[in-house]
Design a protein around this ligand. Structure first.
Ligand SMILES: [Zn+2]
Ligand SMILES: [Zn+2]
Length: 245
């Protein structure tokens, strides 16, 4: 949790540069899983040291999890998921372990990693075309809402991590639920005017509501997962703001 937060803060501050632990400019394999098998870039080590983690260091629950990572992992990730089908459904412990630990872990890891790979490479950039991250409905389906990544990088402090909280976004629903029972608070979200402003100012013209034939034609993409990079490019000039320069 602590390590993930540090890497994630680095990822947002230095997105898609050498300071980003999973820099997507180094290719699909690197940003998907290669970065975990590879020596860290010196910038990642150096800049990682400078990231302020004092808020999490002051949080006893985060530090407890960090301190007892291995015993907790053994208990929560391996023993409990394996034990449940054996005890309740009479499954063989080996079958249970293969499905509830290994298979589940492989599937959830790859889904999570898709946020760093697919959602940085293959999709549209309706909020900010200058950012590498993209919107990906495919990644949102497999991660329960974490694939609206262009929005997330444009407004990283928005708890929804997407413009809409009710369109393939179960994470937002879950956080809202936690707020209702008092476990989450101070949820921040970007106002519709702020989002609209950003779309008009820096979007690539592919917004689901504000697009038109001209802007759709300006965004060219092809491939099995609509609308795919690496051929992605946008030739659309952002429309002039009313009364603006
Ligand atoms: Zn993020
Ligand atoms: Zn990202």
């Amino acid at each position: 949790m602590f390590i993930w937060c540090r890497d994630h803060r680095l990822h947002h501050r230095y997105s898609d540069t050498d300071g980003d632990p999973h820099n997507s400019k180094r290719g699909f394999f690197f940003c998907h899983m290669g970065w975990l098998m590879h020596k860290k870039h010196p910038y990642v080590i150096e800049l990682g040291r400078r990231i302020d983690m004092s808020d999490l260091q002051a949080d006893w629950m985060v530090m407890f999890q960090k301190k007892y990572y291995y015993p907790l992992y053994l208990l929560v990730a391996i023993l409990i998921p394996t034990y449940v089908p054996v005890f309740f459904f009479g499954e063989h412990w080996w079958d249970s372990m293969l499905v509830c630990y290994f298979l589940r872990y492989v599937l959830s890891l790859h889904s999570t990693w898709f946020v760093n790979s697919i959602a940085h490479l293959y999709g549209t950039r309706p909020y900010d075309k200058n950012l590498q991250p993209v919107e990906s409905w495919f990644v949102s389906i497999v991660t329960l809402g974490e694939g609206w990544h262009n929005y997330h990088h444009a407004f990283p402090w928005d708890y929804k991590a997407a413009e809409l909280s009710d369109y393939i976004n179960h994470s937002a629903t879950f956080i809202k639920f936690l707020e209702n029972i008092g476990l989450a608070y101070d949820l921040k979200t970007a106002s519709p005017e702020m989002v609209l402003n950003r779309i008009v100012r820096t979007g690539d013209g592919s917004h689901y509501l504000l697009d038109n034939e001209m802007s759709r034609a300006a965004v060219t993409a092809c491939g099995p997962l609509h609308p795919l990079n690496p051929t992605y490019k946008s030739t659309l000039k952002p429309p002039r703001r009313q009364g603006g320069r």
